[in-house]
Design a protein around this ligand. Structure first.
Ligand SMILES: [Zn+2]
Length: 74
């Protein structure tokens, strides 16, 4: 499973594979233990993970409306 988390040091949004115990931030290099991070979103497949990150980044953008709930596919 994939989870979307935020770097505790710089706040960078990043995707982590739960098979791993730690994730290094691509922006500041800080390595954090996944279980200590707040999970923002989850995805079961790489394709879902990409979609998830896209949505989260859009949400963070200036002036973007927050739309709760997930889009149902199929
Ligand atoms: Zn960072």
């Amino acid at each position: 499973m994939y989870i979307a988390v935020k770097c505790p040091r710089c706040g960078e949004l990043m995707l982590a594979n739960t098979d791993n115990r730690t994730r290094s931030c691509q922006r500041c290099g800080h390595r954090a233990e996944l279980r200590t991070l707040r999970v923002i979103g989850r995805a079961g497949t790489p394709a879902d993970a990409v979609e998830l990150m896209k949505r989260l980044k859009e949400k963070e953008g200036p002036g973007a409306d927050y739309k709760p709930g997930f889009k149902h596919i199929g």
